[in-house]
Design a protein around this ligand. Structure first.
Ligand code: ZN
Ligand code: ZN
Length: 221
């Protein structure tokens, strides 16, 4: 059974190809796997990349693909070793806020999360992953803005509960925002339920204001 979602913001081909090849940093892989488990469209696209396998990877040499160059043999080995073939099956809904891949990672649902509070209502929990990326759960109270910031690398933000808006659009449950160096934004949680997101980055964010810059080492963001 798949969750019924109205998802409007999806993964890029480059991310899905790298996911298929098993070359994403662990934090990005978790966000991508969680979105794929919620999204029929991206699950179908991931399956088609799986099927194309090394042939696609060999010809996608552009930086968009975000993958190191491998020989076809190495690539196929990675695909075989990286993920079981059932990885793209629809995941059963857990009935909670966390889709199955994230629930498995956290060892439960929202009530298992040991949040760290930052006094202004904002909470986060950094999840343990291998070097190369950083991934965290964010709890943004309804109506609150995340400080205006830019990005040095790529930031993937997946909404798990509630919704946020920024300069580009609205993002609700299941939507994923892919932000890079070109985007500077101020995400604001919608009124209603608190916005809970899973966010991965491969480089520290660039905050515009002085106060968030001062807080940055404490937030490890
Ligand atoms: Zn999708
Ligand atoms: Zn951002």
């Amino acid at each position: 059974m798949t969750e019924v979602n109205q998802i409007n913001h999806h993964l890029t081909d480059g991310l899905l190809m790298a996911y298929s090849a098993g070359t994403l940093p662990e934090g990005f892989g978790l966000v991508v796997a969680t979105h794929v488990s919620m999204c029929d469209e991206c699950r179908a696209r991931a399956a088609s990349f799986d099927a194309l396998g090394g042939a696609v990877l060999e010809t996608s040499a552009g930086p968009e693909a975000a993958m190191p160059a491998h020989s076809l043999t190495q690539t196929l080995e990675r695909i075989r070793a990286g993920r079981p073939s059932a990885a793209n099956e629809p995941r059963p809904a857990t009935g909670g806020v966390f889709p199955a891949p994230l629930a498995a990672y956290v060892g439960g649902d929202l009530d298992r999360v040991k949040w760290r509070s930052y006094g202004i209502g904002l909470k986060q929990r950094i999840l343990p992953v291998a070097r190369g990326s950083s991934v965290r759960l964010l709890y943004i109270p309804a109506g609150m803005a995340v400080p205006d910031h830019g990005h040095r690398g790529t930031e993937l933000t997946l909404v798990l509960q509630g919704a946020f808006r920024d300069e580009t659009d609205r993002f609700g449950r299941g939507d994923i925002e892919v932000a890079n160096e070109d985007l500077e934004h101020t995400p604001i949680a919608e009124e209603g339920a608190a916005c809970i997101c899973l966010a991965a980055t491969d480089a520290p964010l660039r905050f515009t204001g002085l106060l968030p810059r001062l807080a940055q080492p404490f937030l490890r963001i």
